[in-house]
Ligand binder design. Structure first.
Ligand SMILES: O=C(O)c1cnc2c(C(=O)O)cccc2c1O
Length: 455
């Protein structure tokens, strides 16, 4: 159908950036009508005649997921890639047993505290395939009243021979294959053969992924924040952006170490601040702005305090890193109508101080943690990563631009970047506190009139 709400029209209207947010129940329809999708839109017959699909994720409600596929695709072969172990793995096996079209693949997690955070869909149609890289768990509440990010590929045509099946200038196909090979599982053999037969030359994003390991030599630049550093070193902004703040936005924070130089305002910011050929000169380290919901952002959100159940920042970690307070900025998304839709999206960018343009933008499953992005060990010889993560990096030159204008400040420009939050960020007040999920909040009720008493 030609209606604007037809999922294919939503996808086509967001080209060439293909970066969307998820629909939010309870906000004005104008903020869901363009630039937003629901999971049923992504699985819709109007996007292609689905033959089989692979769902990579962390939390998966199998009966709910099956119901998100349209009836005519509901029994097409479905592979679910997860990282659960022990009892949670057994629970997945039992849940999947009820569906003969579902196969589970268990990702290896050989380093302690690692998780399979990656959220990706491989959608195989009759004439081609699409890759969706996003931030939402496959559970209902992640698609209901949160701010989540979705990058959806163009249709990658299926080719007769591997030689016809080109890669993109951003090495998207090579990086996707290298990521999947890193699982070292025979279950991916058939998928890798299928992927190799598709023409991915239309992909304009770079893949930034993490796989568990102690990566040395060339592998150090293949994963985590050193992959980001490598791409920005080759293709990043010039020194004109040296004074531009770098911004991280996420839904959880790990242990950052005893001082800001230990990691977050050390190796991590150096990667975000990397410029082409110029490296990240230590003298001119830019301002770091971190966007993470305050306690009041959560209290006044559509979900109320329960939104904090998906913001697992623990008090025992927070008390060890009070120095983080200088970096905190509110979750504010007035121009997208999502100030009350708590963020589960994770994004990283470098923005002009006035917020009217950005030098690059990444959306990823990776929170602010060493486990996700990697931390240097052995005098910088190796990058230790605990978890599987995947995200995409948008660089202006892949769209024929020097910089991206921000949609918030340049609404008519089709290449203006739809940043999910308001720029410039708004710093916490002295009295604001970052949301911590394992302490009680009894002083003020949330939007539903409830308090928060975790135990
Ligand atoms: O999206 C994810 O990958 C992800 C991972 N972990 C959690 C946790 C936890 O690890 O305790 C708690 C609450 C939400 C999440 C979550 O949303």
């Amino acid at each position: 159908s030609s209606s604007r709400s037809d999922p294919l029209n939503i996808i086509e209207a967001c080209q060439p950036l293909n970066f969307l947010l998820t629909k939010v129940t309870g906000i004005q329809e104008k903020y869901n009508r363009s630039g937003a999708v629901g999971i049923k839109d992504l699985l819709s017959p109007s996007l292609g005649s689905l033959q089989e699909s692979v769902q990579f994720n962390y939390m998966i409600d199998i009966p709910w997921l099956v119901q998100q596929y349209p009836p005519q695709f509901r029994s097409k072969p479905l592979v679910i890639v997860h990282g659960h172990q022990r009892q949670a793995k057994m629970d997945m096996d039992v849940a999947a047993d009820h569906y003969k079209h579902i196969k589970l693949v268990n990702a290896k997690l050989e380093i302690m505290y690692g998780t399979h955070h990656t959220k990706m869909m491989l959608l195989f149609y009759d004439i081609g395939m699409r890759v969706v890289i996003h931030t939402a768990n496959l559970i209902e509440k992640d698609w209901h009243q949160k701010t989540q990010g979705v990058w959806i590929s163009p249709m990658f045509p299926k080719c007769k021979t591997a030689s016809d099946a080109k890669d993109s200038s951003t090495n998207f196909k090579q990086d996707l294959i290298q990521y999947m090979e890193a699982y070292r599982t025979p279950h991916f053999k058939s998928w890798l053969e299928k992927i190799k037969l598709h023409d991915m030359s239309s992909a304009k994003v770079h893949i930034i992924a993490s796989v568990p390991g102690r990566h040395i030599g060339p592998a150090k630049q293949t994963w985590g924040h050193f992959k980001l550093r490598k791409i920005l070193r080759q293709l990043g902004p010039g020194n004109s952006c040296k004074s531009w703040p770098v911004i991280g936005q996420f839904s959880s924070i790990g242990s950052m170490g005893p001082t800001k130089e230990s990691w977050v305002y050390g190796e991590f910011t150096e990667s975000l601040a990397t410029t082409k050929d110029g490296g990240a000169s230590l003298t001119m380290k830019p301002t770091l702005k971190l966007i993470y919901p305050s306690k009041d952002n959560v209290r006044t959100s559509l979900e109320g305090y329960p939104a904090g159940g998906s913001l697992p920042y623990s008090i025992k970690t927070a008390v060890k890193q009070q120095y983080m307070h200088q970096f905190w900025n509110h979750w504010k998304s007035e121009h997208r109508g999502r100030s009350a839709a708590c963020p589960h999206i994770k994004t990283y960018t470098r923005s002009h101080p006035d917020g009217t343009s950005i030098a690059w933008f990444a959306v990823t499953s990776a929170n602010l943690s060493k486990a996700a992005w990697g931390a240097l060990e052995k005098k910088g010889q190796q990058l230790m990563i605990r978890s599987y993560e995947i995200g995409v990096l948008f660089l202006p030159q892949n769209y024929g631009l020097e910089k991206f204008k921000t949609l918030e400040h340049a609404s008519e420009d089709p290449l203006a970047f739809p940043v999910p939050y308001d720029l410039p960020p708004t710093h916490y007040e002295k009295s604001d506190r970052p949301w911590v999920w394992d302490i009680p909040y009894m002083d003020k009720p949330d939007t539903h009139g409830n308090k928060w008493c975790p135990q």
